[in-house]
Design a protein around this ligand. Structure first.
Ligand code: HEM
Length: 393
């Protein structure tokens, strides 16, 4: 039978901060594709099956273009110049290509030492201040924030206010007005930054790009995308990942005992948490999918987090198993839009998790697990608002 999901759920099941909302797991039990009504009232489809999500992401008959999103009654403007996440090729490739060389495995490995220093500084400050601490503000946010600021060449003295602005429009916790104000402020800041780099190039990605044929408006858009995509995702994977490890003491002990498990542990945490929960694509022509016809112009929701819990692809999918061998998760997406910053994200997590666990062998939650406040489901990226932790001194 064809299952229907009328709106996306607004909360997770109590006591299950890491699992996709029950409605999505339930929809998947009926099959990998469900009828779905977008919040704006438009009919669409919800895709929860691993194979189907992957096939849509690899299929050029589905578009990521913002102006094609068919979810609300009013017309949606196209993505501003440079914001290539919501564009198709060739426009998308024109922006992505000059960036690829800056985010290679080799380039990111070279950053490892810097990530180690930044992480050590955060841990030093935590240790000095003594327990308890909020792991989000002391550890999970500053590491990716400092790294992305260094990549973009944001001057040191601007970092605090810059990070605050970015958080205000990404966290999903502020009012619409506050979010728009913060977004506008960030735009202004980045426009000035681009002008500064053009006049006085320094050693960073943004300065490098001033050598290309991209104009200032486009560079600003690229900077905004790197920021929006690279900061909140990594910060939430670090905080929620620590929470998940603390809630799975046997897994935590295994990781502590065997550092060679780190790379696999990071992949499993990415799969298990899938903080970048879902993205949308719009059919350009009629497409047959899982025995259904997706009509041209219809927008589908791809639930990456439910697909990463598909029992046909990942045995015992709701168990965090750091020794899991079956890679291929969709936490970074798939296809032409697959995460540009994934090697950077991996370096950050492979350094930060073990460093935290080594520094604080008795790390534990400072409040009952049920008291840890989650972000609302309305936020694009899943995570915790804060994570109170403590340790023995
Ligand atoms: C795209 C997840 C870290 C930059 C994506 C997509 C996902 C994702 C799922 C694909 C979106 C789609 O299918 O439409 C994550 C997660 C991260 C992370 C879970 C951390 C744990 C980063 C970092 C950066 C970054 C550190 C850069 C500094 C980007 C960019 C895109 C992207 C630029 C757009 C690629 C394109 O449209 O071609 N990310 N990301 N991400 N990510 Fe990440």
């Amino acid at each position: 039978s064809l299952h229907t999901v009328t709106t996306l759920p607004t909360a997770r099941q109590p006591g299950c901060p890491f699992d996709p909302p029950a409605e999505l797991i339930d929809a998947h039990r009926h099959g990998p594709i469900s009828r779905y009504t977008h919040p704006g009232g438009k009919p669409g489809w919800l895709i929860t099956g691993y194979d189907l999500v992957r096939s849509v992401l690899a299929d050029p008959r589905f578009s990521a273009r913002k102006e094609l999103l068919n979810v609300v009654d009013f017309e949606v403007p196209p993505a501003p110049p440079g914001e290539f996440l919501l564009m198709d090729d060739p426009q998308h490739g024109r922006y992505r290509k000059p960036l690829v060389g800056k985010f290679t495995v080799r380039r990111m490995r070279q950053l490892t030492e810097r990530v180690e220093q930044i992480t050590a500084n955060c841990l030093d400050a935590m240790e000095k201040a003594g327990p308890p601490a909020d792991l989000v503000t002391a550890f999970a946010k500053p590491i990716p924030a400092i790294i992305i600021c260094e990549l973009l060449g944001v001057p040191y003295e601007d970092r605090g206010s810059f990070q605050e602005q970015v958080e205000s429009f990404l966290s999903g916790e502020k009012s619409d007005e506050e979010q728009i104000a913060a977004y506008t402020e960030t735009q202004h800041y980045l426009a000035e930054l681009v002008a500064t780099k053009r006049a006085n190039p320094t050693d960073d990605v943004l300065s490098d790009l001033t050598d290309s044929d991209l104009n200032d408006e486009e560079l600003k858009g690229i900077a905004l995308i790197l920021l929006a995509a690279g900061f909140d995702t990594t910060a939430n994977t670090l905080a929620l990942g620590t929470f998940a490890l603390l809630q799975n003491p046997d897994q935590l002990a295994a990781l502590r005992a065997d550092p060679s498990l780190t790379d696999r542990a990071v992949e499993e945490l990415l799969r298990y948490l899938s903080v970048a929960k879902s993205f949308m694509r719009t059919a350009l022509v009629d497409v047959e999918l899982g025995g259904r016809t997706i009509e041209a112009g219809t927008t589908v929701v791809l639930s990456y987090n439910t697909a990463n819990r598909d029992p046909e692809r990942f045995p015992d999918p709701h168990t965090l198993d750091l020794r899991r061998q079956d890679g291929g998760h969709l936490a970074f997406g798939h296809g032409v839009h697959q995460c540009l910053g994934q090697q950077l994200a991996r370096v950050e997590m492979r350094v930060a998790f073990p460093a935290l666990l080594n520094r604080f062998p008795t790390l534990r939650l400072a409040v009952p697990a049920e008291a840890v406040a989650l972000r609302p489901e309305a936020a694009d990226i899943h995570g915790v608002k804060s994570l109170p932790v403590t340790w023995d001194v």
